[in-house]
Each structure stands twice: as C-alpha cells, then as structure tokens.
Design a protein around this ligand. Sequence first.
Ligand SMILES: Nc1ncnc2c1ncn2[C@@H]1O[C@H](COP(=O)(O)OP(=O)(O)OC[C@H]2O[C@@H]([n+]3cccc(C(=O)O)c3)[C@H](O)[C@@H]2O)[C@@H](O)[C@H]1O
Ligand SMILES: Nc1ncnc2c1ncn2[C@@H]1O[C@H](COP(=O)(O)OP(=O)(O)OP(=O)(O)O)[C@@H](O)[C@H]1O
Ligand SMILES: NC(=O)CC[C@H](N)C(=O)O
Length: 613
Amino acid sequence: MKSLRIAAVALNQTPLDWRGNLARASEAIEAARRAGATLVCLPELCLSGYGCEDAFYAPHVRRRTLDSLAALLPTTQGVGAVVGLPLEVEGRLYNAAACIADGVLLGFTLKQFLADDGIHYEPRWFKPWPRGKVATISACGLSVLAGDLLYDLAGVRLGIEICRDAWVADRPANGYAARGVTLAMNPSASHFAFGKQAIRRRLVTEGSRLIDGPYLYTNLLGNESGRALYEGGTLIAQRDTLTHQGPRFVFGDRTLTVVDVDVADSPTKTKPGDTIISAAWQRSPADAEKLNPHSPPQAAWETGDAVVYEEFSRAVSLALHDYRRKCRAEGFVLSLSGGADSAAVASLVWLIGRLSGDPATLETVYQATSNSGTVTRDAARAVATAVGATHHEWDVQDLVERYTGLAAAAVGHPLTWETDDLALQNIQSRVRSPGVWMLANLRRALLLTTGNRSEAAVGYATMDGDTSGGYAPIAGVSKRFVLDWLQWMETVGPAGVGPLPALAAINAQQPTAELRPPGAGQTDEADLMPYAVLDEIERSAIGDLDATERTLERLQARFPEHAPEQLAAWLERFDRLWRASQWKRERLAPSLHLDVLSVDPKTWRRWPILSGE
Ligand SMILES: Nc1ncnc2c1ncn2[C@@H]1O[C@H](COP(=O)(O)OP(=O)(O)OC[C@H]2O[C@@H]([n+]3cccc(C(=O)O)c3)[C@H](O)[C@@H]2O)[C@@H](O)[C@H]1O
Ligand SMILES: Nc1ncnc2c1ncn2[C@@H]1O[C@H](COP(=O)(O)OP(=O)(O)OP(=O)(O)O)[C@@H](O)[C@H]1O
Ligand SMILES: NC(=O)CC[C@H](N)C(=O)O
C-alpha cells in the first residue's frame, strides 16, 4: 500500500484559445506540483477546448493540439499528468487522454463510449475506440501507443475512463479489478444540469468500488463557449465512499483539489493481452500528516432545501460573467420592464458581484408607451436601484405613433385594436429594440434578452423586438421557475449573499406583456393558458415526445379542476403555437443549457421549421 498525493483540476477553457488553454493547463500542473502532488488529472479535451464543434474536422486544429501537448510535456517534470485532447489515429479522430510522466509522453487512452445524447454530438467528429485494441502512432516526434492502455506510474496501476465511459453499464472500470488497476482517473467535460452532480457522485463512488481503490474525477469549469456551463466540482471517492468534492461554480481559471490517498501497489502479474506502460520517478516524499483526510464532500448550500435555486443562481451568474469576459464586452445593458423576466435577469447580473466580489456594470432602461403603468415603472426603478444599475426612463410612444402612421398610410386605413391587435402590440416591443441596442453599442456592452422557456415554446415574444440581444440567460427555465426563484430571491437568496427585498415590487404583480391598452386587462395566462398547464404540455409533448392522446391523459390526471374540453383546447393551442414558432426558436439569442427540458434547437430539441398538416 502506498500513500499518494493526487490532484484533480477543473479548468475554465475556451475552444481554440491555444495560448490560454495551454497556459492554464501548465499553471495547474505547476500548482499541483507545488502542492506536492504525484499525479494530476486535467479535464477532457482541455487542450483544444471541449466544444470546438466542426473545427475538430480541421487538420490544423489537430496539429495545433499536438503542438500544445509538446509544449506541455516539459512542465510535467516530477509529476504524472492526465490531459484530454483530440487525437488522430490511423486517419480518424478520437477523444483522447494523454498520460505523461516526468516530462515523458507515455501513451494515449482513447474514449470508448462517445457522448451522443442531449447537447452532445461527439460522433459527428470522433470515433469510439474498441475495447482491448492498441495502435502505434507518431506524436510529438515519438512513436507512442494509443488505445485501451493501462499505466504503471510511480508504483501504482492507473486506468483511465473518459467522461461518458463511466456513464454506461459496460464501463471500462468493470474490468479494471481483473486487470490489476488500483487507481482510476476520469477527465470529463460534463455540462451542468439541475441535480446532475448527484449522478456524477454515484458514478465516481461506484468506480472506486469496482477497483477497490481511489477514483478521481475532473470536469471543466465555467461557460466554455456560450451554451454549456461546467460547474467544476471535481470528485474523489475511495473504496466505495465519496471523500472529496472540489468547489462548484467557482469564478476563476481553475480549482485544484489535492488529496492524500492510499493505493494498493501495482500487481506483478498482468492479464494476458493487456498493454501496460510503466514509468517511475522520484516522487515528493509523502507527508507524515495526511492532507485533507476528512474534507466535507459538499458545501453547506448543496445540502439545503433550495438546491435548485442555489444552482440556478450560481450557474447563470457564472455563465454571464464568463460570456461577457470571453466576448470582450465591458458590461451589460438590459431593457427593464418592471416585470418578472427582466427583473430576474437584472438580479442575476447583480449576483455576479455578490458571488465573485467583482461586480458587473449594468445599465437598464424602462421604455414607456401609452400602455405602460406606474406600477411597472416604479418597480423597474426600485429593482435597478437595488442591483446598483444605472437606470434610464425613456418615453417611446412617439416612436410607436410614427411607425403606426407610416404603416397605416401604406395599408390605406387607420389601425385599430379591433382589427390590428397583434401588429399594434408588436410595434411597441420593436421600438424598444433600436435605442437599447444603440446604448449597448455605445457602452461596448452585451445586450441581454429576457425570454424564458415557456415563452420560447409558444413564440410568445416579438421577433426583433424583445428577442433583440446577444445572450439569453433565462431561456432554459420555465416562467413558473422564474416566478418561484424571484420569490426565493426576495426572501432568502443564495447562501452567503442573502435576499434582494426590492423584488417585492415585482412579485406582487401578475405577469403581463403590457402591450394592449390598460383597460384590456392583458395577462400572459389569459393570452396563452395557465403556465402550469403550458409546462405540463411541454414536458409531455416536447420533453417526453408523447402522442396527443397521451398528453391529454396526463393533463386530465394532473388538472381535474379543468374540463377535458378546455384542456384539449389548450393542447391544440400549444401545438399550433409550438409548430408556428420553430423559426423563432432558431433565431433566439444563444442561451444556456440548464435543464433536460430545453427547447433550444441548437443543442437539445431539434424540430422542423415548418411542420404539421
Ligand atoms: N415560419 C416562418 N418563418 C419566417 N417568418 C414567419 C414564419 N411564420 C410567421 N412568420 C412571420 O412572423 C411574424 C409574426 O411574428 P411576430 O412579429 O414576432 O409576432 P407574433 O408571433 O404574431 O406575435 C407576438 C406574440 O408575442 C406576444 N408578446 C410580444 C412581445 C412581448 C410579450 C411579453 O410577454 O412581454 C409578448 C404578443 O402578445 C403576441 O401574442 C409575421 O410577420 C410572419 O410573417
Ligand atoms: N416598459 C418596458 N420598458 C423596458 N423594457 C420593456 C418594457 N416592456 C417590455 N420590455 C422588455 O420586453 C421584455 C419582454 O416583456 P415580458 O413582459 O415578457 O417580460 P417582463 O415584463 O420582464 O416580465 P412579465 O412578463 O413577467 O411581466 C421585458 O423583459 C423587457 O426586456
Ligand atoms: N463529455 C461527455 O462524455 C459527457 C457525458 C455525459 N452524458 C455528461 O453529460 O456528463
């Protein structure tokens, strides 16, 4: 049995940022060495970035990655390192983990089970590697082995699973005990979704049970390139018990979790046919005191009863912070209506400063038409003040009238609410776009949109009006979720931050587009259907892809208070609006994946633009 100091690194990388990715990887290895680690594991595909998309096809991208690997080798003096990268083998691309020891490239483990579900499209670029196969390739000027390899490093036998390898029943670790593996590492790029860390914790714990030894798991960190957020949260389990978890949702380049573990010595015997690459080096002397023997595996906020709101707050504020920084915007601009969605977005920008200590600049604009009321104007002002935004109040009614006059002249009759309702609504939303865009231009800021998933599902938004903007922070969650989160933010708020009481002015109102004249009493739910019904239809028809009859059964079971005819009418309305608004979903600003119920056609639920009878 050996006492070994091992390190798990979460890295905030950007696709194709060659210099930055390499610098962060080598700085992390240096930090692990300074902490006395013998072995360090970095995330999946971290040298190129996980989400390089079709750039993976480019031969120069494959070459640049190997250049980065060659440059990384000398930084591993005195340690062993596992580093993810794309790798061409025999003319095909594989998702690989390089195993390096003391400056020497030992070999590449290749991913056997590609991620092909949800937001993952790995088979578009990579091939899966067959179990038990090994190839010889040339890389970094050397002839090296690649494939299903094991390594004897500093006296322990290491096996590597790459992310999804661990998520399948036939995972490589099933055979590791028979192959003498005593330590396993998993470089991952596992995007955030609500509650998903619990699954990772189970897989890592199960991995350690399978090898009866330590299993170390790393992940990416932050908003890599717009749509996927990685939470860090590195994990270490030892003999069926999860012992360590690195922090999640950290604002910064990396997290480093260093742990002392007991590892059984490499067995002398090997399984026939197994390829095992050996390397030995002078390890740092093990400390008499064990490092972090009893680190709590979770932060306090992760075990409370508001985990989903905590995760949402931390995930979206980190995603906004990284997106702004990576697109080199100098702040945020937001059209603030005094309603729920834009107040939620303003609160999330405010949370950046509260959670990171580095406040983001926010400029907000209330834009009144003759249909706006003092309740929303006052609420917008109160929220802007509470979140520290620079706030403006504009009157855009004259712009509405000017466009209305031009269009009325073109069609040859005055426009009325009786005959031209939608056009008269949409022009108000559209005139709110150019001014706020102009402000964003002047400030070199990122214009945020405020649409939520429920609106996206039924196209309840004006294209090039309130959909105008560069990033859509809350498009991954339903309207009901936004409303509930705002209640929690008003009274509780994230641990270590606390509440934002000014949201009371928002939470007291019923959601309305405020686009029809005040006397019309417009509400979202009257225009559409109750949000609870809309969510259930979306979950059934779009999330679970149920047939109409099945969705109706589910609605009747869940909402006995509504007549079956009413439920059928709402379902018919949803179906019509869903199909008519696919083109809108194709044109929404990039949004963050947060939940398995996503309607984002670029990452999750793809649908024909034109469909139906
Ligand atoms: N497949 C397709 N490909 C390309 N374009 C397509 C199309 N189908 C329709 N169109 C075009 O789309 C246009 C209609 O879409 P659009 O102009 O966006 O408007 P539309 O979808 O007709 O109406 C917008 C709805 O969103 C609601 N809204 C708007 C703004 C804010 C809020 C709020 O909650 O605050 C709510 C509003 O009450 C209304 O019910 C038409 O000009 C039509 O030609
Ligand atoms: N009076 C307004 N001033 C500034 N922006 C507005 C105004 N009315 C609407 N908007 C913009 O259009 C967006 C869409 O309006 P919508 O009504 O869907 O959202 P909301 O007003 O934030 O929330 P809710 O629908 O819950 O009232 C707003 O989030 C806001 O960005
Ligand atoms: N990169 C991967 O292999 C992802 C695997 C898994 N589906 C996840 O989301 O974590």
